[in-house]
Write a protein that binds this ligand. Structure first.
Ligand SMILES: Cc1cc2nc3c(=O)[nH]c(=O)nc-3n(C[C@H](O)[C@H](O)[C@H](O)COP(=O)(O)OP(=O)(O)OC[C@H]3O[C@@H](n4cnc5c(N)ncnc54)[C@H](O)[C@@H]3O)c2cc1C
Length: 278
């Protein structure tokens, strides 16, 4: 076991967290610690200083009103899973992250900033057109999910910024979908994840989001598949275009061929099932 004598700064409010972040640029932020501590235990991350934001007021919980839903970055997967305002697809995603221990400690913000290609929620934020509310002592801004993951485990966050919340909007015309494929039903690192959204008006698809995780260095949207769905009734033939749009890699969890085949099949089966409900 690795131990650390690194000093820990604990923030109780957002202002305090932003000030401590500015004063201690070398500090590693810890929320639930369920991703970070694996790296620390494995020796891949050396802690110099730690900024503990777990318990920081104003960064957890879910607020829903007519303008949309604000999910605090420190909201845990267990809170997401039981909140009545959460879209079913997001609840389903929350239920697939680890098991009870991880769901009660791991946060949405940690999953998003950790930026693992296998982070289960990432494609769903793309499908939802989520916006990330980030802040530093210089001020706050919003970053679209489509601009947030900029490379392998890299985000658009500046060094002094924290993720405060995620903003989403739901629309009655939208059908949202989530699917995770792993080696087994629980405690599995994903081989492929799908986040999808279709907006249907008078039987016609007017907006489509088809996003995959674990098939590239970042979660990605399949733009060609999306545009082929627009302007007509749901057509599962769009799934034939998936292989043109992704170039996954072989790794210890899966082969590129398997990932492409599974991605195609889960997109086809989602579209067929949506078409069957029309
Ligand atoms: C046994 C086990 C099973 C797991 N199963 C899954 C799974 O099925 N699916 C999955 O996607 N993940 C899984 N994980 C990974 C992890 O639990 C999740 O990604 C979780 O949501 C991370 O949240 P956290 O609060 O613990 O992050 P932390 O470990 O606290 O932080 C992760 C990273 O984000 C940074 N960070 C955290 N919050 C902020 C913030 N607000 N602003 C700026 N930076 C921040 C930290 O500095 C760190 O680099 C698993 C982990 C374990 C140990």
């Amino acid at each position: 076991m690795h131990t650390s004598n690194a000093p820990v700064w604990t923030a109780n409010t957002i202002d305090e967290a932003l000030r401590l972040r500015a004063e201690h640029p070398d500090a590693t932020i810890i929320a639930g610690g369920t991703d970070l501590m694996v790296f620390v235990e494995g020796g891949a991350v050396q802690l110099i200083e730690v900024l503990n934001i777990w318990g920081c007021e104003g960064m957890s919980g879910i607020e829903a009103n007519e303008k949309g839903i604000r999910i605090g970055a420190l909201t845990t997967w267990a809170e997401i899973a039981r909140h009545p305002s959460m879209p079913d697809a997001l609840r389903e995603c929350a239920n697939t992250v680890g098991a009870a221990q991880i769901q009660n400690r791991g946060t949405v913000g940690g999953n998003i900033v950790n930026a693992s290609p296998a982070g289960d929620s990432l494609p769903l934020w793309l499908a939802l057109d989520a916006e990330m509310e980030v802040a530093s002592i210089r001020g706050s801004r919003r970053i679209k999910a489509s601009d947030f993951w900029v490379g392998y485990r890299k985000t658009a966050l500046e060094a002094d910024e924290l993720l405060l919340a995620i903003h989403i909007q739901t629309d009655v015309r939208d059908r949202l979908y989530y699917r995770k494929v792993g080696t087994r039903m629980a405690q599995a690192i994903s081989k492929v994840m799908l986040g999808g959204r279709l907006r249907i008006e008078n039987g016609i698809v007017t907006e489509a989001r088809v996003a995959l995780g674990s098939v590239a260095a970042t979660p990605i949207r399949l733009m060609t598949v999306e545009s082929s769905l627009i302007g007509k009734a749901i057509d599962s033939a769009a799934a034939d275009l998936v292989a043109q749009e992704i170039t996954p890699i072989d790794d210890i969890r899966s082969t590129a061929e398997y990932r492409t085949s599974v991605a195609t099949r889960i997109i086809r089966s989602w579209l067929e099932s949506e078409a069957g409900q029309q």
